[in-house]
Design a protein around this ligand. Structure first.
Ligand code: B12
Ligand code: SF4
Ligand code: SF4
Length: 226
């Protein structure tokens, strides 16, 4: 199947125009490695490309969760912005003659892995996607489309981490025993240490994001000069 370079450029240009911070494209064939529920073909028959969108959390306040204590319904500010971006991209692609489907959050796709497969950046020692301009300080969402877009090259190794261990040493829960992330240590710590902004709104632990020097633009500039 031939991939459409012109259409790819058009989609990228559109994303830039509407202010989307990060966009990448991954071949749906690469998702066969994941459980069946977490594959794009599960969402849209004839899918050719997964589009990954990223929102830069310029200030970590943008990562706020709101949960209604009575209904249990939750709302995440950055996810709402991302969903809006997904709808804009979906409409644009429709005008080009192709279908898309916004991937629900659950079961969903494995978003940071999808981004690494799209060549946006590696998964670092902090177990999170590291992007070139914003470090790990981004939130992600995806849609899948029948449009045959030109895809990025998968990245499996982090050029940023090397001898660095700052995130591992900064984790207040010591959730990286032997250098590997352990969700069973992270999750209970994070839940019991929510930063409450109000009765219903909180921010999750983000130290493995904030401690990474690549979240800091000045540091990155110097790294690039080396
Ligand atoms: C369940 C979940 C959690 C759980 C469990 C975490 C876990 N990783 O298992 C809890 C609640 C504890 C949690 C915590 C956090 N989460 Co969370 N979480 C998710 C969720 C819903 C699924 C994650 C998952 O199961 N991934 C799949 C498994 C297989 O990956 P994994 O084991 O974590 O990591 C392996 C792969 O990445 C693989 N790998 C490494 N390199 C490469 C390269 C390639 C090419 C491939 C294919 C694979 C690969 O090796 C890793 C280790 O085995 C995603 C959203 C989504 N739908 O993807 C968000 C997500 C991963 N979380 C996110 C964030 C930000 C957080 C927190 C910082 C809390 C917060 N403020 O929101 C912490 C960070 C913890 C950490 N350091 O990883 C962001 C990450 C953004 C980014 N920059 O990467 C996501 C993508 C949500 C989003 N919408 O943006 N999370
Ligand atoms: S703090 Fe260092 S080791 Fe951790 S993700 Fe960032 S560059 Fe990699
Ligand atoms: S979210 Fe907090 S507890 Fe979990 S790994 Fe990151 S720094 Fe550690």
């Amino acid at each position: 199947m031939e991939r459409n370079k012109r259409l790819t450029e058009k989609v990228k240009k559109f994303c830039r125009k509407v202010g989307i911070d990060i966009v990448g494209f991954a071949d749906t064939k690469l998702f066969d490695r994941f459980p069946e529920n977490n594959r794009p073909q599960n969402y849209l028959k004839g899918s050719q490309t997964v589009i990954i969108l990223g929102f830069y959390l310029h200030d970590i306040i943008l990562d706020a969760w709101n949960q209604n204590q009575k209904t249990g319904k939750s709302y995440h500010f950055a996810d709402a912005v991302l969903e809006n971006y997904c709808n804009l991209v979906k409409s644009f692609i429709k005008k080009q003659g192709y279908d898309s489907k916004i991937i629900s959050y659950s079961p969903g796709l494995f978003l940071k892995d999808s981004a690494a497969l799209a060549g946006i950046g590696p998964v670092g020692k902090n177990n999170l996607l590291i992007t070139e301009h914003f470090g790990s300080q981004v939130r992600l969402r995806a849609l899948t489309t029948t449009a045959p877009l030109v895809c990025g090259t998968p990245i499996s190794e982090s050029k940023y981490c090397k001898e660095c261990n700052i995130c591992i040493e900064s984790c207040p829960a010591s959730a990286f025993p032997d250098g590997k992330y352990n969700k069973d240590i992270c999750r209970p710590y994070a839940i019991s240490h929510l930063r409450n902004l109000s009765e219903n709104t909180a921010i999750w632990c983000n130290i493995c994001i904030e401690s990474c020097p690549f979240a800091k633009i000045e540091y990155k500039k110097n790294f690039e000069k080396k």
